[in-house]
Design a protein around this ligand. Structure first.
Ligand SMILES: Nc1ncnc2c1ncn2[C@@H]1O[C@H](COP(=O)(O)OP(=O)(O)O)[C@@H](O)[C@H]1O
Ligand SMILES: CC(=O)N[C@@H](CCC(=O)OP(=O)(O)O)C(=O)O
Length: 294
């Protein structure tokens, strides 16, 4: 037997306790638009999801697509801005968001997993009554008048109710579900939901054992830009208040906190650019990225 073969078998044997831990468990993976990157990375992600399924773990993918939406808005000459990491979404923008997320991106992600040998089906939060949404209302304190005001982000939604039945049916049939973060209101209005928020709500409704947030940074970085391997909910909240956690990292951290409060056992922010980041996180002692804990 060669050294390579022996190493391979050692790695496989080392993964055994972790395989037992995650056997038949649901792992929700948020696959960010920035993490999708080039074709080779997407193919690798597809293979990792197919491998998890083969190992008896049940991955559920919730994807983003912020950069992909930006590119399409630019092509169509439609303007949009962000406030606290959320896209201000008017009627024209929501049409493009739905087209890109539920269309191109959703099908691409499911296809990567299917081509890697699993069966994957892409749906949006509008399918099977998965995500009923309501308009997101946020308040902020106006610095000039010091008065609390309502922030209107247009058709940005938040999950009001998640019915995981359609996902449970797919999981029971050994199909890997891929979800686009688009929801529908009681009145039929389509809402643009931040993908992190959607992933957290789905992880909570499915009682997932892990929520993994794949992005394009090594994890949460401190004020000196050093990776924080582990942080408490209180420390994360302090980082947002102090401002060294900002932009797109805010909905990510808030989602991790929400998921933990819903009973998800661990929420981790992982660098999706690192090859096999999900497998390293799940099947090694050291893990990867930043673990948020109660
Ligand atoms: N403390 C922090 N640690 C790491 N990233 C941060 C932090 N504060 C803000 N960010 C920003 O958050 C971004 C990740 O969020 P986002 O761009 O929305 O990712 P995704 O598209 O993967 O959801 C990083 O690229 C970084 O610019
Ligand atoms: C309300 C809101 O901001 N929605 C996001 C949905 C996509 C997303 O979250 O994509 P990433 O995970 O790649 O950032 C948006 O319009 O960009």
């Amino acid at each position: 037997m060669t050294d390579d073969a022996r190493n391979q078998m050692e790695i496989l044997a080392g993964a055994l306790p972790f395989l037992k831990r995650y056997d038949d468990q649901i792992i929700v993976v948020k696959y960010g638009g920035h993490a999708m990157g080039e074709e080779a990375a997407a193919a690798r992600f597809g293979r990792d999801m197919a491998l998890l399924e083969q190992m008896g773990v049940n991955p559920v993918v919730v994807h983003g697509g912020g950069p992909q939406i930006n590119a399409m808005l630019k092509r169509l000459n439609v303007q949009s801005t962000f406030v606290n990491g959320l896209r201000v979404t008017d009627a024209a923008v929501v049409d493009v968001v739905e087209m890109v997320l539920s269309g191109t991106v959703n099908k691409q992600v499911a296809d990567c997993i299917t081509r890697a040998g699993a069966i994957s089906v892409g749906i949006s939060g509008k399918d099977g009554g998965l995500i009923r949404a309501r308009k997101l209302t946020r308040t902020y304190r106006d610095p000039d008048s010091n008065i609390e005001k309502v922030l209107d982000l247009g058709f940005v939604g938040e999950p009001e109710h998640v019915d995981p039945q359609v996902l449970e049916l797919l999981i029971a049939a050994d199909i890997v579900p891929v979800v686009a973060p688009v929801g529908v209101g009681a009145d039929g209005q389509t809402y643009n939901i931040n993908a992190d928020t959607a992933a957290g709500a789905i992880a909570g409704a499915l009682n997932a054992s892990r929520l993994l947030m794949l992005t394009d940074v090594p994890g949460v970085l401190d004020a000196e830009k050093k990776l924080i391997p582990e942080m408490t909910v209180a420390e994360a909240r302090a980082g947002i208040a102090a401002g060294w956690i900002s932009g797109g990292m805010i909905p990510k951290i808030e989602t991790c906190i929400y998921a933990i409060e819903q009973g998800v056992k661990g929420a981790v922010i992982v660098d999706g650019r690192v090859p096999h980041a999900v497998l390293i996180e799940l099947f090694t002692d050291g893990g990867a990225g930043t673990l948020i804990r109660p």
